[in-house]
Structure formats: structure tokens, C-alpha cells
Write a protein that binds this ligand. Sequence first.
Ligand SMILES: C[S@@+](CC[C@H](N)C(=O)[O-])C[C@H]1O[C@@H](n2cnc3c(N)ncnc32)[C@H](O)[C@@H]1O
Length: 228
Amino acid sequence: MFRWGKVIQIRKYLQFCKENPLEFTKEQLGRIEADIRYPRKGVVSDEYVDFVLWKKGLKPRQEYFAKYVENLFPAAKYQKLLEVGCGRTARLSKLLTAKGYKMSTMDPQICPESVETYDISWEKEAFIWGKTDIKKYDGVVAQEPCDATEHIIRQCVAEKKDFIISLCGTAHRLISGEMPEDISAWYRYLEEIGGGSCCLVNSEMIPGYASYIMIGIFQKKELFSQKE
Ligand SMILES: C[S@@+](CC[C@H](N)C(=O)[O-])C[C@H]1O[C@@H](n2cnc3c(N)ncnc32)[C@H](O)[C@@H]1O
């Protein structure tokens, strides 16, 4: 059957590819095309969300999360942040640097050329629970960091390090190798690791999308009691 909606989407997609406002790779652009042509029930790629926000004239995802981080972890108290799973271009770290944070970031996929002219220290390495040193940071932040999620939560809970993670919309394999049955099972598991000092928030941080955000506050509780 001929579908006008899809034709319009493809036209917009081609325009998005031409402008490529977020410097996506061919593979990332391909994920958007796949989500348009072969939609999956209840699941879309991060890139597709970015495409939809662009179509609506809204800001990219990282801008909303940067604002969220700024509200919860003000730069005056959380000067040194580690971003985990920053992707190729570390867009979130660049935005947070502009807001006055001293950013460090790590991701095996980071593209050094895209960060070397910024005042950001970076490592092309995976964050590993029990191995990555987070002592020198005031907090850890991550936006949809996939498999790194459990590593970050375990490490931060063990060291009582404050963190904010915007969780992925699909479940990821656990460190044990097991695959959670579905997204709720994964979120439940992460909440259990977090224990009483962490909470899972369902936020409309990005207009039109429900974002699940896991927050751990251990050291700077006085900040929040002052705000209440
Ligand atoms: C879905 S992408 C999100 C990228 C970016 N934060 C964003 O929101 O556009 C997930 C990223 O997490 C990275 N990642 C996965 N496991 C990691 C780990 N253990 N340590 C650091 N980065 C990791 C991947 O390489 C990938 O770039």
C-alpha cells in the first residue's frame, strides 16, 4: 500500500542527511532510515529520536540532559564530572564544558579529532567496574550508556559517588552475561543494585518522550535539602 506519511518522512530524512546537524556517521544515519522503513514496536534508535526532535524544530537530546545535569549538579558544587559513554563526538561533555564544568570523558568509540580542540580530557577506553578510578571526580554522568550502565552504578554505589544516568530505552546484557527479560526487568535490577540511596525518575526531560533517569546522591545531600 502507498503511504504518504512514509514518503514525507523519507524526504525529511534526506534533508536531515544533507544537513547532518549532529555529524552522524553513515551507520548512524542508516539506523534512522531503518526505523522509518521497518518500524519496531515500542523501540526506536537514539538517532531516530534526534531526527524527530530536529523535524519538530526542538533541540538535540544532549541539550535537555545537560540542562537536567546543571539543575541537579550545579557546576559550583560538582566542578569535575566524568561522562561515560560519550559516543563519537562527546556532545554532552562539550555542552557541559560551556556551562562551566571541567569535563573528562571515556568511550571506546570516541573520535579524538572531534574533542582535541576542546578543554576536555578523554580516554578511548571502556569504563569497567572495579577498574576505572573515579575518586577525583565530583560526580559521574551518562546519557544512554548501554552496557556501561551497570558498571557505573556498581562503582558509584561502592564509592558513594553521586551520579545521574539517563537510561537506554532497551535492556542491556548484565555483567553476569545474563540478558534481562525486558526493559522493566532491567530497570528493576538496576534499582536493586542502587539500593536506598538511588532513585529511578520518570521524567519528561525531552519534550514528548518519557526518559527514565537513575540518580544516586551520596555526598552532597545538603544541596537537595536546601532546595526543598
Ligand atoms: C547509545 S550510545 C550513546 C552515546 C551518547 N551518550 C548519546 O547519548 O548520544 C552508547 C555509548 O556507550 C558506549 N559504551 C558502551 N559500554 C561502555 C563502557 N563500558 N564504557 C564506556 N563507554 C561505553 C558505546 O561505545 C556508545 O558510544
